[in-house]
Design a protein. Structure first.
Lengths: 135, 308
């Protein structure tokens, strides 16, 4: 069964990748932009640009899934280089997103609250701004 | 009971992470024992909005008049309840400023001493219970071992450097400069600076990009990438003569690289100098390389344009 589908599927995949490659080339303007100049200086393979092209679309989708407005997501993607976007499309969930800082740990268990209080006093953490760490 | 639990929990908490730091700030000889950046305004953050608040402080310092609330749609990601580092960098670009990431305390002190505020990413709690947070470091004092920063609701918070290094270590010592493009970082290195400036091209900030490349060329006059970037941004500004000059300079620096010939051909063609344009385009094709297809297309287009 598997033997039977492998061949047509792999043909299909190879074919679609070829199409993709072409589309990347045609999409590029004939003026070579500085990001590409830098990539070429760093001897990145052209293949890497194909992956990056995919990353651009992925990154936009991922942003929308995380509640960023569609038009805004487009603008954000446009403002970033391929290398910067690759990180987002691959692992947005794992990236640090700075947000807290008001010293509130709403919903945290009492235990965590007390642990954080002690580690704050020890100077290991800095969650509560009212805590003065011991010298 | 709770005290007992705590007693049990504390070693667990600490063992997963690095040991308690007793470090002080590094003391590089080139840096004074204390420094304070003037003219960094403070914006108290709204809930979860430390990203927009920190960026607004840095942008305002750099001369862009902007409120944190205007930056929220550009940097804040609702699903993550926070702002990504790349969000800050991209937004800085959209306001014509260069976002230049730095790493480590020596770079931090050097930039502060040079009068540049630094946005830092810290983790206020633990790696397994992260409280990611952005603040803006505006000063330091080696004598008192303190870092001074605008953070959360507190302007000019004096933080024990031991505490700061603990929470910054968990943010992998990541810092961000937000600079006017003509101003090089104190710790500037050629390639990262040019990458940061190239980001301005992406958002169509040609004027800023040109200024950034100009600044680079004052420091590194033989930088091929900077001449290429200058050519591209002058082209974006419709300064064709200047653009051609820059690309010519790039061809001199790397005579075996087809890219500057390709771009020079484009400019010459737009100037109506078909003969020179064809020669440059042909040169690019002859030199070849991974972008040969683009070079061929340039040549073909100039040929058909000339035929008309």
């Amino acid at each position: 069964m598997l033997q039977k589908i492998i061949k047509p599927v792999s043909f299909f995949l190879v074919f679609s990748f070829l199409l993709l490659d072409v589309s990347v080339h045609t999409a590029k303007a004939r003026m070579i932009d500085t990001n590409t100049v830098i990539a070429a200086q760093q001897k990145e393979a052209v293949q890497a640009r194909v992956t990056a092209f995919l990353g651009r679309e992925d990154a936009r989708k991922v942003m929308e899934q995380h509640g960023v407005d569609a038009v805004e997501a487009q603008k954000r993607v446009a403002s970033l280089s391929d290398a910067e976007l690759a990180k987002i499309s691959q692992a947005m969930e794992q990236l640090p997103a700075g947000g807290d800082g008001l010293g509130t740990v709403v919903g945290a268990a009492v235990l965590i609250f007390l642990v954080l209080l002690i580690t704050d006093i020890l100077g290991f953490t800095h969650v509560f701004s009212f805590v003065k760490p011991q010298r | 009971m709770i005290a007992g639990l705590l007693f049990l929990a504390l070693p667990l908490v600490l063992s997963g992470c690095t040991t308690l730091s007793t470090r002080s700030l590094p003391r590089p000889p080139s840096v004074p024992s204390k420094a304070q950046v003037a003219g960094v305004p403070f914006f108290a953050q709204d809930e979860l909005q430390c990203g927009p608040a920190s960026l607004a402080m840095a942008l305002q310092w750099s001369g862009v008049v902007v409120q944190p609330s205007e930056l929220t749609p550009e940097v804040f990601t609702p699903g993550l309840k926070g702002s990504l580092q790349s969000g800050l960098i991209g937004s800085a670009r959209r306001h014509g400023r260069v976002g230049y990431p730095i790493t480590g305390s020596e770079a931090l002190l050097a930039e502060i001493a040079a009068g540049h505020p630094v946005i830092v990413l810290v983790n206020l709690a633990f790696s397994w219970y992260p409280k990611w947070h952005y603040g803006v470091v505006t000063g330091f004092d080696q004598e008192r071992d303190e870092i001074i920063l605008h953070s959360g609701l507190i302007a000019n918070e004096h933080l024990d450097s031991r505490v700061f290094l603990n929470i910054w270590e968990r943010g992998e010592y990541w810092g961000l400069l937000v600079l006017p493009p003509e101003r090089l970082p104190a710790t500037a290195k050629e390639e990262p600076w040019l990458e940061a400036v190239a980001g301005l091209e992406r958002t169509g900030q040609w004027q800023g990009a040109a200024a950034g490349y100009d600044a680079a060329l004052k420091r590194w006059p033989k930088s091929f990438t900077a001449w290429m970037g200058l050519g591209n941004s002058r082209y974006g500004l419709d300064n064709l003569t200047g653009s051609a000059d820059a690309f010519r300079k790039a061809t001199q620096l790397q005579p075996k690289n087809g890219i500057p010939f390709n771009n020079l051909a484009q400019v010459l063609s737009k100037q109506g100098k078909r003969k020179e344009a064809l020669a440059a385009a042909q040169r690019a094709v002859d030199l070849g390389g991974p972008l040969t297809e683009t070079f061929r297309k340039t040549l073909k287009e100039i040929k058909t344009k000339s035929a008309r």
